[in-house]
Design a protein around this ligand. Structure first.
Ligand code: NAI
Length: 308
């Protein structure tokens, strides 16, 4: 198994680190456009192999895609964050250019790869990667909902004072402060609805905290987060390469499922060796479906900037 991670910044390097620590592939390639960055971080990581007792080999590359040849899974984290004074459309334009070029370069050397998109705005970048690549829809997966669900479980855990590992909770819809939908009705603690432990007000606060989970961290750290995003990316990669068939909320192309078409949006899917293999129907109630439709409208609006 061979895995490539493009972008050796905070998220890409953390994702690659989790991938090698879990020995998800014999070979991992970390690639970045910035001279020396991926080589340096890869060497640093490989020097932990004997300390942490793993055998995966990680190598770095400055934009040499020949090193990525034959990858089974590729993860795209390259892009730039929004800078002061920059409009969302300008950011989309720059990151769209990066994601499109990176996707084409990757596929030229790894035509059979499954593509995981992490770069923001993730729902739009996933849609772009699908349209630019012309690949079957099952091979393009956007990662956002796994992270947002982890944040949802964390806030539930804090509010309920129970271990996060006993919680099941899912965020669907877009990967944005106003577009994500924490499904409080379906969240459970050891199989029982969390509504048995938290009143409506407390649940509302958990959902609200989840939705601004990324912004809260950006305010605290001064830049966006990387530990949980990197770990979430690696968890998704693990379900692919180990064919685990785990159900995760991922951004995938919809053709009528959840009432939406020609859009990539977060829904629960089975993840295995062929990418996303099946969309799972959570049977939304009317309010949840209305929120999902609203989320789709916002993401579709953003996609229109691409002009695809
Ligand atoms: P970063 O700035 O630390 O790293 C980005 C890296 O991409 C840089 O090292 C840069 O040199 C590289 N890069 C830029 N253009 C490139 C190109 N054409 N080819 C190869 N490498 C290129 O940013 P960070 O924090 O790692 O975030 C990466 C992306 O992930 C951002 O778009 C961010 O918004 C997004 N993100 C998405 C999350 C999700 O859940 N989907 C969560 C957290 C971040």
């Amino acid at each position: 198994m061979k895995i490539t991670v493009v972008g050796a910044g905070a998220v890409g390097a953390t994702c690659a680190d989790n991938i090698v620590r879990r020995e998800l592939a014999e070979e991992v390639v970390l690639l970045d456009i910035k001279e020396g960055l991926a080589e340096g971080k890869s060497l640093d990581m490989f020097q932990t192999a004997t300390l942490l007792d793993y055998d995966s080999r990680i190598v770095g590359s400055t934009n040499d895609y020949s090193k990525t040849a034959g990858s089974d899974v590729v993860v795209i984290t390259s892009g730039i964050p929004r800078k002061p004074g920059m409009t969302r459309e300008e950011l989309i334009g720059i990151n769209a250019g990066i994601v499109k070029t990176v996707t084409e370069n990757l596929l030229a050397h790894s035509p059979d790869a499954i593509i995981v998109v992490i770069s923001n705005p993730m729902d739009t970048m996933t849609y772009l990667a699908l349209k630019a690549s012309g690949l079957p829809k099952n091979r393009i997966i956007g990662m956002g909902g796994i992270l947002d669900s982890a944040r949802f479980k964390t806030y539930l855990s804090l509010a309920m004072n129970v271990p996060p590992s006993d919680l099941q909770a899912t965020v669907i819809g877009g990967h944005g402060d106003t577009t994500m939908i924490p499904l409080t009705r379906l969240a459970t603690y050891s199989g029982t609805p969390v509504a048995q432990y938290l009143d409506a007000e407390a649940l509302k606060k958990v959902a609200a905290d989840t939705m601004v989970g990324g912004a809260t961290l950006t305010n605290l750290i001064g830049t966006s987060a990387w530990y949980a995003p990197g770990a979430a990316g690696a968890l998704l990669v693990e379900s692919i390469v180990r064919n685990q068939k785990r159900v995760f909320p991922c951004c995938v192309y919809l053709e009528g499922e959840y009432g939406q078409s020609d859009i990539c949006l977060g829904v629960p899917v089975v993840i295995g060796r062929n990418g996303w293999e099946k969309i799972v129907d959570f049977e939304l109630n009317a309010d949840e479906q209305a929120a999902f439709n609203k989320s789709a409208d916002a993401v579709r609006n953003m996609n229109s900037v691409l002009g695809t």
